[in-house]
Design a binder for this molecule. Structure first.
Ligand SMILES: NC(=O)c1ccc[n+]([C@@H]2O[C@H](COP(=O)([O-])OP(=O)(O)OC[C@H]3O[C@@H](n4cnc5c(N)ncnc54)[C@H](O)[C@@H]3O)[C@@H](O)[C@H]2O)c1
Length: 390
């Protein structure tokens, strides 16, 4: 199968694991170029990871051989980069969130449809071993019909924004930055949401605390609700309570639990690729489920400090196979748009007090089971990658 010639746009922190995985893990991708508004950043990544070409953003758009652009810029820059690349005839994979408004996301989806191009959207942790195993447990009826669920994550998002400065802009609140992993996981496991009801609180005005970095910056306030308490009614009938609290401390108490008619599934951390799932039945000991799928986040090839970010890029690779095979990709633009509409629905409900009915829908097929073997130093990885093909 002809490899898909790819360029990465945005050479910041998360690009390290993306570039490494795109170069070494997925044989469908031919990573040909990197670009960044800050050319030095792109030059550094090209040198560190051995990428042949450093381009400007406009050169990526006008380069006839680049088929796929992987957008790793901050959320507030997504709309303009994605639009430019789609208009230039490139398929686009973007890091989360697709854009910071539903209106912009709908516009980009319509543009991709008009142009007949793929637009794929993170989080792709939902294609990891943890969440695909959870999906298989549900699809095979291990807990019966899901009646309800609970999703919780907490952080000190204002403190974190001292280091990751892009968190001070639109898309930087805890629900948009981290809550989206929980929303993406719930959507992957339960399908689309029908309606949303929520209460919210803003982030406090933050005075810099982390003294050795950005100590001279003025106070800032992360836009939107930084605490959201919401109830989601899924089209499948499940009722899920969601709590995202970005106004507390970095002692994460994450929970993702689904309650069913025959059992309970404690789903592993959806912010990782290899969250361990636990099955609970009445009057039985808890049972850890072995993974049925391959991308468990453990990189075995030349470990680097960024490897805890796991198998990022798997969604882009799955999309590259979809492009070659002419089928739909799993982390589709419809999935990305629905993730955003759920978050936006929570915000709207919190500000109006009304229940928000969602307009968009999506379908995501599970991946075929696969195994990422550690045999021979991890070089026997064909089975995991073959699960991305169909
Ligand atoms: N850092 C993480 O832990 C993490 C994890 C998962 C996903 N993400 C997502 O990945 C994306 C990037 O995050 P990051 O942590 O790498 O951010 P970063 O700030 O470290 O890097 C962003 C890069 O994009 C470049 N950039 C900004 N605007 C640009 C533009 N208009 N054109 C070209 N380049 C531009 C910046 O110069 C910078 O090099 C975000 O969408 C974020 O939500 C980050």
């Amino acid at each position: 199968m002809e490899r898909v010639k790819t360029a990465v746009v945005g050479c910041g922190m998360i690009s390290n694991i993306y570039i490494k995985n795109l170069k070494h893990l997925f044989s469908i991708i031919d990573l040909a170029a990197v670009a960044d508004i800050n050319r030095t950043a792109a030059e550094e990544k090209a040198q560190t990871y051995g990428v042949d070409r450093v381009m400007t953003i406009d050169e990526v758009a006008s380069s006839p051989d680049i088929e796929l652009v992987i957008n790793l810029t901050p959320a507030f820059a997504h709309y303009s980069i994605i639009r430019q690349m789609l208009e230039a005839g490139k398929h686009v994979w973007t890091e989360k969130v697709m854009t910071v408004t539903v209106k912009e996301a709908k516009e980009l989806c319509a543009l991709a449809d008009r142009k007949g191009l793929y637009l794929g959207v993170a989080p792709d942790t939902v294609l990891g071993a943890g969440l695909q195993t959870a999906r298989r447990a549900l699809d095979t009826g291990m807990i019966g019909a899901v009646t309800s669920g609970l999703a919780v994550i907490n952080r000190n998002q204002s403190l974190n924004a001292e280091v990751f400065t892009f968190l001070r802009g639109n898309g930087g609140s805890l629900p948009y930055d981290v809550g989206i992993y929980y929303i993406g996981a719930l959507l992957t496991l339960l399908g689309p949401v029908q309606s949303v009801k929520a209460f919210g609180s803003p982030a406090p005005v933050h005075t810099p605390q982390f003294l050795f970095r950005n100590a001279d910056t003025k106070p800032w306030q992360i836009p939107g609700s930084n605490v959201l308490s919401a109830a989601l009614r899924f089209r499948c009938g499940a009722l899920v309570s969601v709590l995202f609290d970005g106004n507390t401390v970095n002692a994460s108490q994450h929970a993702l639990t689904l309650f069913g008619t025959r059992g309970v599934l404690q789903v592993g951390d959806p912010d990782t690729f290899g969250g361990q799932n636990t099955l609970l039945y009445a009057d039985q000991p808890a049972c850890a489920l072995p993974f049925t799928h391959g991308y468990d986040g453990k990189n075995t090839i030349d470990p680097t400090p960024f490897d805890h970010y796991g198998h990022r890029g798997v969604g882009a690779a799955e999309m590259a196979y979809a492009i070659r095979k002419g089928r739909r990709n799993r982390c589709s633009k419809e999935y990305g748009l629905h993730c955003l509409e759920v978050l936006d629905g929570m915000e709207r409900s919190a500000s109006t007090g009304e229940t928000v009915e969602l307009e968009t829908q999506f379908v995501m097929k599970p991946l075929a089971p696969g195994f990422f073997s550690g045999f021979m130093g991890g070089s026997f990885r064909a089975d995991a990658e073959s699960s991305l093909m169909e």
